[in-house]
Design a protein around this ligand. Structure first.
Ligand code: AMP
Ligand code: GLY
Length: 421
């Protein structure tokens, strides 16, 4: 099979690493890819949002399947365009991806289908938002409606902070993405990321992980895209995972089909494990990053038949995926200044080379000079991952591998996995 993989982060490096292990693979091309992905397969400099460029590339390489990593490509309709070109695509259409790309759509959808989530209101004026806030108590949860690169959510401890967040968003801080704001009830609890593959009609559980969203040790500092993950997460027992799948994911997939926007690809339910049970924080239309990295380390089954079955509507006939009876853990090394203003350009040594024992280095935000020198070129730069018989062993191996890496100015959390350990 010829596969085109779209994206350029650590999530896509992990997908490329796993797809490469498939005996079904003839040729893998990544667009645009990154230096880590380039050590595994061919890369082409076509951006993830260049829909016409990607369709042309898929045709040129006679792709049997296109695997879409990032939501940005889904939002601009890559899956729609591939469908009209007759090329199977792992990833939802723009209409189905609104589960992630519009928080207002997603919350209204949850209400229409009785999915457990926080009470909410959607507003486009400061006065209306203020009136709703009058009826809430702290902490206040304020979200920009559209995609805001992970920065569009404010958990405000005081009413003054909440008012300021509303004014910023409606005032244009995130452009069109903040033209409407969603204000939500605060849900207490531990967060987990639950994944399922969907083929438009059915869904199959596809693992879960726990992320660390805050930048610094002890869950302090600003919110980020995720500083580290581990899987499995003991807090999500088998019974809770089954309940979340049945209460949050299955009705969502059925609801999308019933509304004429069948969902294909991976659905990512961000869950809060509240005293009342699992409740949805959000849906995402893609694999989590860096959740995908630990899932790929733990997945025993060949991933390619699952990606293809989701893309072509044949998941119902697939056996359940098999997971290794091992733990996996991922530590993100970020550039100094992340998430506000990451510093690019530092020279990185010790990240290249073959996988060492049970440790794997995925590239998230790197660039390579023509002479081969590797540099930081993003916020989250490297993902140091490892598996082990226990979570503690996986952690020790991942942090052990970090010891071989020289990245001036880079920083990472030293407590990934603390809740489970
Ligand atoms: P989101 O972009 O919607 O995932 O929100 C970012 C983070 O804000 C989440 O990962 C949660 O930690 C937190 N969060 C969002 N909504 C809520 C809520 N209703 N209650 C509590 N925490 C929330
Ligand atoms: N790690 C969280 C996300 O991918 O949204």
């Amino acid at each position: 099979m010829n596969i085109l993989l779209v994206g350029s982060g650590g999530r896509e490096h992990a997908l490329a690493w796993k797809i490469k292990q498939s005996p079904l693979l003839t040729r893998l091309v990544a667009a645009p890819g990154n230096p880590g992905i380039a050590s595994l397969c061919e890369t082409r400099p076509v951006p993830a949002t260049d829909v016409e460029g990607l369709v042309a590339l898929a045709r040129e390489m006679a792709a049997d399947l296109v695997v879409v990593g990032p939501e940005s490509a889904l939002e601009v309709g890559l899956a729609d365009r591939l469908a009209s070109a007759g090329i199977p695509c792992f990833g939802p259409t723009a209409a189905a991806a609104r589960l992630e790309t519009s928080k207002a759509f997603s919350k209204d959808f949850c209400a229409r289908h009785n999915l457990p989530t926080a009470a909410f209101g959607v507003f486009d004026t400061v006065d209306a938002a203020g009136a709703f806030l009058d009826a809430q108590t702290a902490p206040y949860v304020i979200k920009a409606d559209g995609l805001a690169a992970g920065k569009g959510v404010v958990i405000a401890a005081t009413r003054a902070e909440a008012d300021a967040a509303v004014a910023d968003m409606l005032g244009g801080l995130f452009g069109q993405a903040g033209a409407r704001v969603v204000i939500e009830e605060f849900m207490p609890g531990e967060e987990v990321s639950l994944f399922a593959l969907c083929d438009g009609e059915t869904a199959v559980p596809f693992g879960f992980a726990q992320d660390h969203k805050r930048a610094y040790d002890g869950d302090l500092g600003p919110n980020t895209g995720g500083m580290g993950t581990y899987s499995p997460a003991p807090v999500l027992t088998d019974a809770l995972a089954r309940r979340a799948f049945e209460e949050c994911i299955l009705p969502a997939v059925r609801g999308m089909a019933a509304e004429g926007t069948p969902y294909r690809g991976v659905i990512y339910a961000g869950l809060m494990l509240t005293p009342q049970g699992p409740r949805l924080v959000e849906f995402n239309a893609r694999f989590g990053d860096p959740e995908c990295q630990v899932l790929m380390l733990r997945l025993e089954s060949d991933i390619v038949p699952y990606l293809m079955a989701a893309a072509t509507g044949t998941l119902g006939a697939s056996p359940p995926p098999v997971w290794r009876d091992e733990a996996a853990l991922c530590v993100v090394i970020a550039a100094g200044g992340y998430p506000q203003s990451p510093v690019s350009g530092a020279i990185i040594r010790g990240a290249d080379g073959p996988d060492q024992g049970h440790a794997v280095v995925f590239h998230a935000g790197t660039a390579r000079d023509p002479d081969g020198v590797l540099r930081a070129a993003g916020g989250r730069v490297l993902n140091i991952c490892a598996s082990g018989a226990s979570l503690a062993e996986a952690r020790d191996r991942a942090y052990g591998r970090i010891g071989d890496i020289d990245f001036p100015g880079g920083f990472f959390r030293s407590d990934i996995g603390w809740r489970a350990l």
